[in-house]
Design a protein around this ligand. Structure first.
Ligand SMILES: *Cc1c(COP(=O)(O)O)cnc(C)c1O
Length: 463
């Protein structure tokens, strides 16, 4: 299996090189040159397989001949041994919809599914190449803690995560700052999430610095993250199919950066019988405008109850565009150059029709999110987190009547207790991993939002 960039200037990479490259050197995103197909027989065999077994079967189709399969299997097993549920991502049925619980990893959000795997993969490849890496990232909440948990304690990696001081939820902050492994550095920036992102961009833009300290990134553009997420679409299908005998399955996905739903799109292209893929957004609805009106124009980010989806430029969107443009890298490149200038893309009627064959979409605002959490709780006793509520709302409204629907539950409700409290009048139950978290030892450095200061800090603490 070889990898190429959406923009066509990087080709013929191995899986290992694609993982280490992250963002393609020509500014595009990496994709496999062919999409492997899963036959109906193979699909049926997943019913008897555990999550890690399915993960191995799928991931090994993308890793190529130079990845030792025994090592890959051990790496996958290790990545999911940290989950606190024997099924890893259990599927539960509530009032006619299937909820795919993706929040049983160490930080209680679905990003663990990909970042536990990516952390182990980085460790393995760095060992093999006798290299080291300093990861630098900015977070508005969930990504930072999942990345930290993905690499804590690893020998060849130091991780530096900036969060906006006082602007992430108390639980999200504690999940990061109570990790006291020597290779983890939390930086609380006096500024906003955008300041953090700007510092990351400027630091990576200094190529001399980037090379000298072997800077690495963990943002959702890394192909390995998408790959790990393809697995649970197949897993969910195998479980619901077994129960219902259904032929097709619909999925509803709360969406921000288009990573999670793009994994579903890939699963469909690999042969998973997906009926509708429903893209659910909050008020930051650039993606649902794209699906419904062919209008991909950047607005200003507004704060919502589902902060991990408060995004206007979806970093994985280019991967889908590549397929929408029939894999024409030249056309894609000029489209993205145009987008960089105008912050807007418009699609014609034919393209819009194709997009709507691939996706449905709905925008769910604050009031509807609260209403959904409350109403679902009254019907079922099950507590949704606000991100999941956006997806369940869209799933209940747009799902087919004959086809079962799976709604992806992307976070544990305890991570977003305020919204839950507002909706149902009580706080969600605290899972064991959060109990007593306020009392634990913390490590965090408060720092001005200044690129030179952050670079100095990284230089002083780099591995
Ligand atoms: C990151 C995140 C999302 C959005 O996922 P994308 O891959 O960016 O679309 C949704 N819900 C939660 C809880 C998240 O952390």
């Amino acid at each position: 299996m070889r990898y190429m960039s959406t923009r066509g200037q990087v080709r013929n990479l191995s899986f290992k090189d694609a993982v280490m490259m992250g963002l393609a050197d020509d500014g595009g995103l990496l994709l496999p040159e062919q999409i492997p197909a899963i036959s109906p027989q193979q699909l049926a065999s997943y019913r008897q397989m555990s999550y890690p077994q399915i993960a191995f079967d799928i991931i090994s189709r993308f890793t190529g001949d130079d990845f030792n399969l025994t090592d890959l299997k051990a790496l996958i097993d290790r990545s999911y041994a940290t989950f606190d549920h024997p099924d890893i991502t259990p599927v539960v049925k509530q009032d006619g919809v299937y909820i795919l619980e993706l929040f049983h990893g160490p930080t209680l959000a679905f990003k663990d599914v990909a970042l536990q795997f990516l952390g182990n993969l980085f460790e393995y490849l760095l060992e093999e190449r006798n290299q080291k890496m300093n990861i630098l990232g900015a977070t508005s909440g969930d990504t930072g803690s999942a990345a930290i948990y993905g690499v804590r304690g690893k020998e060849r990696i130091n991780i530096f995560i900036m969060h906006p001081h006082g602007k992430v939820s108390p639980i999200q902050e504690l999940q990061m700052t109570t990790v006291t492994d020597a290779n983890v550095f939390n930086l609380a920036i006096r500024g906003t999430f955008d300041d953090g992102q700007r510092i990351v961009k400027e630091t990576f833009g200094d190529l001399e610095f980037k090379g000298r300290y072997s800077l690495g990134a963990v943002n959702s553009i890394n192909w390995a993250r998408v790959l790990a997420q393809i697995v649970y679409y197949f897993y969910a299908y195998s479980r619901v199919q077994q129960e219902t005998g259904c032929k097709n399955l619909d999925f509803s996905v709360p969406t921000g950066n288009f990573g999670d739903i793009f994994a579903g799109y890939m699963a469909k292209r690999m042969g998973l019988p997906v009926g509708k893929l429903i893209l659910a957004t909050n008020e930051n609805n650039i993606l649902s405008r794209f699906v419904l009106n062919g209008d991909y124009s950047v607005g200003t980010v507004v704060e919502t109850l589902s902060p991990s989806m408060d995004i206007q430029i979806a970093s994985n969107f280019e991967r889908y565009l590549f397929y929408l443009l029939d894999e024409d890298s030249d056309a894609l490149r000029s489209l993205m150059e145009n987008f960089a200038l105008t912050k807007s893309l418009q699609f014609d009627i034919q393209q819009q029709a194709r997009v709507r064959q691939d996706f449905g979409a709905l925008t769910v605002d604050k009031a509807a999110t609260i209403d959904q959490i409350r109403d679902f709780y009254q019907r079922t006793g099950y507590v949704l987190d606000p991100h999941t509520a956006v997806g369940v709302r869209a799933g209940e409204q747009l799902g087919g009547t004959d086809t079962p629907i799976v709604c992806l539950a992307t976070a544990h409700p305890a991570k977003f207790g305020d919204a839950v409290q507002r909706a149902i009048g009580r706080a969600p139950e605290m899972p064991a991993s959060l109990q007593g978290i306020e009392q634990r030892e913390k490590r965090c450095e408060l720092i001005e939002s200044d690129t030179e200061l952050v670079k100095q800090y990284v230089a002083n603490h780099a591995i």
